[in-house]
Design a protein around this ligand. Structure first.
Ligand code: MN
Length: 437
C-alpha cells in the first residue's frame, strides 16, 4: 500500500527561496539524490539532495549536526562516491532521512544557519553516475513502441505472441553508461545494405535515441529467491531518465538470433538525479490491461498493482542541432510521452526478473524500454518518428532529421504534476554526438 505523509504536503515551502518557484524541478516535496563535487576541485565525490537550484551536501550537513544522532549510520553511507550502500539500506532508512530532510528544509526550521552553510549551487558542480551499476537490464514495455517497430519489420504481424505475456528484456552493458553532460563519438560497426552481398565496417548512419525511464534497484534479493509482486517496490530505490542510444543499422544486421549487442553498448546517458519512489507516491495511477488483451498470469497480477501500479510521469525529448547552437537557438521539443503508457509496471518488471531466482543487487539499473505513446508526437525514438528513416521530421527552423547528425545534442526531461500535488522534476539527461573516430 502507498501512503502519503507529511513530506508530500503540497502546502510545504522551503527557506531555500528557489525551491518555491513553481517551475523548479526540485521543490521540497521532491528531494532526489545525486553524486556530485564542486567543479574544478579535486575533492571527493559525495551524495547530495536537490532543493531548488541548490544541493544539500549531506556529509557536511551531518558534520554540522543538522540531523539527529540516530541517523549517523544512514548518513555515513552518503559520504561514499556512489549511492549503492544507501540504496541497500531499504525503504525505512530512506523514508526516515526524507522526513528529517523535509523538516530541516522547511520554512521555520530549527537549524537554518547551520544547514545553509552546507548548500552548494547546482551550477557549480560536476556529477557522476549516481550508482555503481552492476547489471543493466533493458526492457521493452511500451506496446506502442513494440508495435511501431514491429510494423517496420513485419507489417502483417507487428507484435510477437510473447509480448502480451512476458515483460520482454535483455541484459545490457553497464560500463558505457555515463552521466548527463557528456559527448560521445558516433559508433562504428558492421553495416549491411539490404541489396549488398557482404557487410562493411563503417560509422553508423542511423543513430537514434531512446526515451526511457531508468529504474534503480535498492535492496536486492538472494540468488535463488523470487520477489513477490506486492513486495516488488520495496526493492526499488527510485527513477531517473535514461537515453539508451541505438545504432539502428548495426542493430538490424546483428540482432538475430540473440538480440542487440554492439548497437546499444557504445553509450547510454542517465540523469544525475534519482527521484525516490516515496517522492512519487502522489503521482501513482491505476494500472490496467484492456479486456480484449490477455490478462497477466497470477504472479504478475494483484489488487495493489491494479490500484496504483503505474506512474504518471511526463517525458520529453529535446533536440538542439549544431546550426541551432551556432545561432543561439534553444533546443526544440520533438516528443512528449508518459510513463503511464507502459504495458508492464515497475513491480511486474522486478517480479518477472526474479521469478527464476535471479538475484538483483543495489544499484542495478532497469531501462523501461522506449516509452512511446499512441500519437505521432509521442514516439520515443526516431526510428518510429520517421517510419524507419523514410519520412524525415522537420525541426522548426527548417532543418530535417531522419536519424541524428554529428553535433546534435539530445536532452530528455521528465516531471510529474497533478491537481493535488506540486510539479516535481527529474532534471535532464543530455549528451552530444561527435563525429566517428
Ligand atoms: Mn532500449
Amino acid at each position: 500500500m502507498l501512503n502519503l505523509n507529511e513530506t508530500h504536503n503540497p502546502k510545504l515551502t522551503s527557506w531555500v527561496a528557489s525551491a518555491n518557484d513553481r517551475k523548479t524541478d526540485f521543490p521540497i516535496q521532491n528531494l532526489p539524490y545525486s553524486i556530485f563535487r564542486r567543479k574544478g576541485q579535486s575533492e571527493a565525490f559525495r551524495a547530495g539532495v536537490a532543493i531548488g537550484d541548490q544541493i544539500v551536501d549531506l556529509k557536511a550537513a551531518h558534520k554540522a549536526g543538522v540531523f539527529p544522532v540516530g541517523l549517523t549510520p544512514t548518513l555515513k553511507t552518503l559520504y561514499k562516491p556512489r549511492l549503492n550502500k544507501f540504496m541497500s539500506l531499504g525503504k525505512d532508512a530512506w523514508s526516515e532521512l526524507r522526513l528529517h530532510l523535509s523538516r530541516a528544509l522547511r520554512e521555520g526550521a530549527d537549524k537554518i544557519t547551520q544547514l545553509e552553510a552546507c548548500l552548494v549551487s547546482q551550477s557549480q558542480v560536476d556529477y557522476k553516475v549516481p550508482a555503481r551499476i552492476g547489471d543493466y537490464t533493458d526492457f521493452y514495455t511500451s506496446i506502442h513502441h513494440a508495435t511501431n517497430v514491429g510494423k517496420l519489420f513485419r507489417p502483417d504481424n507487428p507484435l510477437l505472441p510473447n509480448y502480451q505475456w512476458v515483460p520482454i528484456g535483455y541484459h545490457g552493458r553497464s560500463s558505457s553508461i555515463r552521466v548527463s553532460g557528456h559527448e560521445f563519438h558516433r559508433p562504428c560497426g558492421q553495416l549491411k545494405a539490404p541489396d549488398a552481398d557482404t557487410p562493411i565496417l563503417a560509422p553508423c548512419k542511423r543513430l537514434d535515441y531512446e526515451l526511457e525511464v531508468g529504474i534503480y534497484i535498492g535492496k536486492g534479493n538472494e540468488l535463488g529467491s523470487a520477489i513477490a509482486l506486492d513486495n516488488a517496490e520495496d526493492h526499488v530505490f527510485g527513477l531517473g531518465l535514461l537515453n539508451d542510444w541505438s545504432a539502428r543499422d548495426i542493430q538490424a544486421w546483428e540482432y538475430q538470433p540473440l538480440g542487440p549487442f554492439l548497437s546499444k553498448s557504445f553509450a547510454s546517458t542517465v540523469s544525475p538525479w534519482i527521484v525516490t519512489m516515496e517522492a512519487l507516491t502522489p503521482y501513482r495511477d491505476n494500472w490496467s490491461r484492456q479486456e480484449s488483451h490477455p490478462q497477466p498470469l497470477p504472479y504478475l497480477d494483484s489488487h495493489d498493482l491494479r490500484n496504483s501500479g503505474a506512474v504518471d510521469m511526463h517525458l520529453e525529448i529535446h533536440i538542439q542541432t549544431a546550426a541551432m547552437r551556432a545561432e543561439g537557438m534553444p533546443s526544440e521539443r520533438v516528443a512528449l510521452s508518459n510513463f503511464n503508457q507502459s504495458y508492464w509496471s515497475i513491480s511486474q518488471m522486478v517480479t518477472h526478473h526474479t521469478v527464476n531466482g535471479c538475484n538483483l543487487k543495489a544499484g542495478d539499473l532497469f531501462g523501461s524500454g522506449t516509452m512511446s505513446g499512441p500519437n505521432a508526437d509521442s514516439v520515443g525514438a526516431l526510428l518510429e518518428a520517421t517510419a524507419g528513416g523514410r519520412e524525415p521530421i522537420m525541426l522548426g527552423h527548417g532543418e530535417k532529421r531522419t536519424f541524428l547528425e554529428d553535433g546534435d545534442t539530445v536532452t530528455l526531461k521528465g516531471y510529474c504534476n497533478n491537481d493535488n500535488a506540486p510539479r516535481i522534476g527529474f532534471g535532464e539527461a543530455s549528451a552530444r554526438v561527435l563525429p566517428a573516430v
